[in-house]
Each structure stands twice: as structure tokens, then as C-alpha cells.
Design a protein around this ligand. Structure first.
Ligand code: BES
Ligand code: ZN
Ligand code: ZN
Length: 506
């Protein structure tokens, strides 16, 4: 969908659908004035009344529309003028947190996209007088919400003849033009999120480690990044025994892919992003249950977020270096598969006793974090659908955030708030460090039955040497089974916008 800004008034507007946010005060005023002065009302409502030539206040009253938050009313004006329908939306006036403000605008965008689709409106206009589009994050959230709601994954579906693909254009009507730059940024953020969603939603027989590796090469070509691919042979040379152990039971070859964005002016600062890329997690010999496996194509959501972010970073061109590391493999079972009890050596030199082959994410991340550390960088942020325990702890709307640096944790949380993604800080509890000690190796990949998200994070911390580091356990919010506003069923693309906002805030 195209999003443009125009400074025309309602009288010269031609549109299938006009969306008009109003506050309860405006509606109240309109009602009173309407009674006293024979139907004349003020503001945007007055403008619309003039154009459509009807008793708007009366119709809204009839529909029980008081302009309260969460209320909306669809009015149609058949055969009257150039505006065929209007969606009047209750708009709250109270001030909120950055998260709530962004959500409010994202939800409005969602309502616009949904209503346009239901009404089969190709052209939609939004009256913006009540909104605060001078606030860049509000405008960006509106654009993101509209575009992300229009997302659907149709790769494997036959196209129906009469399918309506959503509105073609949204026109923002305002007294002064709104920022084209911010609209473009919202488009880039939404398009990047959709890219991650597509990767996650693909069938795992199509989205293999080789496919992710090929996609990284494409990203590098299109976004002007450097790419380096470590295949099985190169991984053996590096001694990446943890990643190789996970890949052992699969017919698909594993990779560790490195994407590098370099700024035009030399910079000392380097940020590394690491994403878990398990394209299917069967659990290995510690096999999952049938239902537990159903959504396990989503186990590369961390990789998808990092790849999508790197793709956009090539266009956003920050003033410092950003590197993306994508360790990717399947976690499958054959005669070669890793057994519970196997001891392997990671590229850091540490030995790991693999007690549960389903705790494979931490193994592949260990070798990727080690590579980021050996390459040298200031900050490492990893994203991983790491533990079911994190989902138990925080539910489906919050990602767990672990960090060895308070400022980094704060920056990421703030970036999440602006993006509409909740990150909740969890402790790197020293008290539980003993829980991952092994009797036969340096560490083991399994803790106790409780605190699984924490012991998963503590395991990763063992491979962090110098960098400021944060780990986002996105097992909860990465994948959903139903549509919810701008979040559509399937892969969410969680973390893409948070990473981009974080990179822009550094
Ligand atoms: N990929 C899973 C975690 C997961 C669960 C992601 C549900 C998304 C939704 C991970 O590899 C895993 O299986 N973790 C185990 C760890 C345990 C064996 C220590 C888990 O959470 O049960
Ligand atoms: Zn697993
Ligand atoms: Zn996994």
C-alpha cells in the first residue's frame, strides 16, 4: 500500500473511505451545538457534515458513538458526494507512556487496514487534525500498524479470482504536510518485519539452513553488505563442535553466516547481532511431543530478525559497524544424531556435556557468540526462541531480556517500547550458576526443572568474554496462532523493529 500526505480539505476529496478520529469532547460538543444551532457542528465533523449533507451528530448519537476509546462507527453516504463512507473512530486524549502512544497509533493503522479490506475500499483517506503526527514515532507507528495489518502469507495458496488484496493507497489529510522521511522509515520497518515473517512462515522443507544462507547472500548483494559463509568444513576447522553436534543428526548441512555493514567513515564502534537459526527443532533424541513440534519451524525467528535488521541497516546506514551472525541448522534425528551424555568441545575451548538434545539453541549460539567475541566488538545482542520456560514465565507478549550491562538493557527496553515490543528484564542469577556445572565437562546444557530461561541465559554468558551483552529470549512472542491487530497469525517478526530502533539510538 502506498502512503502519501495531502493538504487538501474534505470538500475536494474523493475517496471510498474516510477515517475520522474524534475525541469524546468533539462528539459531545457536536451534539450540543447541533441541537442549538440547527445541525451545525465544529471541527472535522463539521467539515464532513457539510460535504455529506446529513445530520452527522444525530447519526452518531443513534449509533451510540460517543467518541470513546475503542469505539468506532461506519457511516455510508450512498450517492451523495465524493466520499462514499466514513469510519468515525473514538480517539483518547490522555497522555500515555511511549509504549501506549505507539500502540494507539499502531491500532489505528490496524483498524484502517481492516476496515478498508472489509469495505473493499481501494482508496482510503485519514483526517489527521485530532492526531499528533508531528510526533515522529506516532506517525511511524501509524504507518507500521497499517502496513503490518495488511500482511498475509499466501505462498502456498491458490489465488482466488475475486480476492481483494487490501487498499492501494492511504492519503493522510493534514493542514501541513507530514514528514515524508518518517513515512519512508515506517515503510522500511514494516517491510523488514514482513521479510522476517515470510522467512518464518515458509515450510521448513523450503526454509532450510542452505536457504537461509542463500538469503543472506541475497541480502548482502541488495543491501551492500559483506557476507562470509562458514560451511561444515570451515566449522570443523574453527572447532565449532557445539553447532556441529546439533547438525549431526540432519541431512541438511549447517552454516554459520556472517553479514557485515561497514559505515563510509571509519568508526571504532562495533555492534554484533546474533540470531538462533534452527530451521526445524524436533528436539533430537530428547524428542518433542507431536503438539510440541507443530510450531517448531519458528525456531529460526531470531535469525530471521537479525537478517531482516541487517537488510534494513544497509539502507539506514548508521555511523558505526554492525555485524550479523546467523548460526543455522536443523535439529533432527538419524543414526549420527547426538546422544544425551555426549561431550563436545565448543570453539571457545570449553567442553559441554549435552544432557538434553532439545536444548540445542544454546549450543549453536555458543559458537556464534564466540565468533563475535573473537572478531572483537563492543556489544553483542542475541535473539533466540530459546526456552519454553521463558514463555511459561512471561506469556506470549513479553520477551525475556538478560543483560550484563544496565545501560544496554535500558536502551533495548526503550527501543522495544517505541516498537510496540515488550522486553522484560530477567536476572542472570549467580545463585544458579552451579546448576549448569557438569561432573564430566566444563558445563552442561541443562539446568534444573525450574528457572529454565535463566539457566539458558547463564549458559550463553559462559561464552561472553569482553562484550556488553544482551540476550532476548523470544520463545513467547515469536509465533502466534491467531490474528491480533497488526500481529498476524504465524511468524511475528518479533525483534526486527526493536533492533532497528536500538541501532538508531546508539
Ligand atoms: N526451541 C525450543 C524452545 C521453544 C519452545 C521455542 C516453545 C518456542 C516455543 C528450545 O530449543 C527448547 O526445546 N528448549 C527446551 C530446553 C530444555 C530442554 C532445557 C525447552 O524449553 O523445553
Ligand atoms: Zn529444542
Ligand atoms: Zn530450539
Amino acid at each position: 500500500m502506498k502512503i502519501v500526505s495531502r493538504t487538501v480539505g474534505l470538500s475536494s476529496l474523493e475517496t471510498a473511505l474516510l477515517v475520522l478520529p474524534v475525541t469524546s469532547q468533539e462528539v459531545e460538543r457536536a451534539g450540543k451545538k447541533g441541537k442549538r444551532s440547527g445541525g451545525r457542528i465544529s471541527g472535522a465533523l463539521a467539515e464532513l457534515e457539510k460535504v455529506c449533507g446529513c445530520d452527522l451528530a444525530g447519526r452518531l448519537r443513534e449509533l451510540g458513538m460517543h467518541g470513546k476509546e475503542g469505539q468506532s462507527a461506519l457511516l455510508t453516504f450512498p450517492g451523495v458526494g465524493k466520499i462514499r463512507a466514513a469510519l468515525v473512530v473514538g480517539w483518547p486524549t490522555k497522555t500515555e507512556s511511549a509504549f501506549e502512544t505507539g500502540m494507539k497509533y499502531r491500532k489505528l493503522g490496524s483498524l484502517i487496514a481492516d476496515t478498508a479490506k472489509r469495505a473493499r475500499a481501494k482508496q482510503v483517506a485519514l483526517h489527521t487534525a485530532t492526531l499528533d503526527l508531528k510526533n515522529d514515532s506516532a506517525l511511524q507507528a501509524l504507518v507500521e500498524g497499517t502496513l503490518l495489518t495488511g500482511y498475509s502469507f499466501r505462498n502456498y495458496k491458490e489465488k482466488k479470482e475475486d480476492e481483494f488484496e487490501g487498499a492501494e493507497q492511504l492519503t493522510l489529510l493534514s493542514a501541513r504536510p507530514v514528514s515524508e522521511k518518517v513515512i519512508a522509515r515506517g515503510q522500511l520497518y514494516a517491510e523488514s518485519t514482513a521479510y522476517a515473517r515470510d522467512l518464518i512462515n515458509l515450510s521448513p522443507r523450503d526454509c532450510t539452513p542452505s536457504y537461509l544462507m542463500q538469503q543472506c547472500k541475497e541480502i548482502a548483494k541488495k543491501s551492500g553488505l559483506r557476507v562470509e559463509v562458514f560451511d561444515r568444513k570451515a566449522l570443523e576447522k574453527l572447532g565449532a563442535g557445539a553447532l556441529l553436534a546439533v547438525a549431526q543428526g540432519s541431512e541438511e548441512p549447517p552454516y554459520l553466516v556472517k553479514l557485515v555493514y561497514k559505515p563510509s567513515k571509519k568508526s571504532k564502534r562495533i555492534i554484533s547481532l546474533v540470531g538462533k537459526g534452527v530451521t526445524f527443532d524436533s528436539g533430537g533424541l530428547s524428542i518433542k511431543t507431536g503438539p510440541g513440534m507443530e510450531s517448531m519451524k519458528c525456531d529460526m525467528s531470531g535469525a530471521a530478525a537479525v537478517m531482516a535488521a541487517m537488510r534494513a541497516i544497509g539502507q539506514l546506514k548508521p555511523a558505526f559497524e554492525v555485524r550479523g551472525y546467523i548460526p543455522t541448522t536443523e535439529n533432527m534425528i538419524n543414526g549420527q544424531a547426538t546422544r544425551p551424555g555426549d561431550v563436545v568441545r565448543a570453539s571457545s575451548g570449553k567442553t559441554i556435556e549435552i544432557l538434553n538434545t532439545d536444548a540445542e539453541g544454546r549450543l549453536i549460539l555458543a559458537d556464534a557468540i564466540t565468533m563475535a567475541e573473537k572478531d572483537g566488538c563492543d556489544v553483542i545482542v542475541d535473539l533466540a526462541t530459546l526456552t519454553g520456560a521463558c514463555m511459561v514465565a512471561l506469556g506470549t507478549d513479553y520477551a525475556g531480556l538478560f543483560a550484563n550491562d544496565d545501560r544496554l538493557a535500558e536502551k533495548l527496553t526503550a527501543a522495544g517500547d517505541v516498537s510496540g515490543e515488550h522486553l522484560w528484564r530477567m536476572p542472570l542469577a549467580k545463585e544458579y550458576k552451579d546448576w549448569i556445572k557438569s561432573s564430566v565437562a566444563d558445563i552442561k546444557n541443562l539446568g534444573k526443572p525450574f528457572g529454565g530461561a535463566i539457566t539458558g541465559a547463564l549458559f550463553l554468558e559462559e561464552f561472553v568474554v569482553k562484550a556488553k551483552w544482551a540476550h532476548l529470549d523470544i520463545a513467547g512472542p515469536a509465533f502466534v496462532d491467531g490474528d491480533a491487530g497488526f500481529i498476524r497469525r504465524g511468524g511475528v517478526g518479533f525483534g526486527v523493529r526493536t533492533l532497528l530502533n536500538y541501532i538508531q539510538s546508539v
